[in-house]
Design a protein around this ligand. Sequence first.
Ligand SMILES: [Zn+2]
Length: 176
Amino acid sequence: MRRLQSFGKTELKAVRRARAEAEALVGEFYVLAPREWERMTYEVRTLDELAPEEISDQAFAQVLCYDFMRRIGSTIVDRRDLYRICLQDHRILQAINGSRPAAPRADHLALEPFLLYLLTHELIHIVRFTQRLQHLDLAPALRPQEEMSVEQTTRHVLAPMADRALRRVLEACAIG
Ligand SMILES: [Zn+2]
């Protein structure tokens, strides 16, 4: 089996920082009350924590939805959707390091701004799922449109933060 490159300590720290920043920005944008945050059950996982079927070579990150259930004895005391943001370390590292290792540094994407961009995008999906603005079983024909509006919102949310490194990420990840 091929061994995919996964995040080390430094990268995992960057994931935690980017997650906190993305949460703050998205929460502020949607004016989410603490109770709404509580209802949004989600987790961020990196490659080493992913099940084989959660690994994708097509995306940098994806959101999967699971049924979360807590029981006491045979009674279900809590049941809700659990969203899992699955970061694809290997794809992200490839993008960061570029296909040409000899390329000048300026050509590289910076990890933390890139993570901030990815996590903001995925969190917006999750807010839209939980607020029923987006359906999980959206028809394939409608997906590009939903993707486009999530992407637009992502850029809107990140605009005030966009320093040079983040602008570079936004340019590199522009759709169409
Ligand atoms: Zn998306």
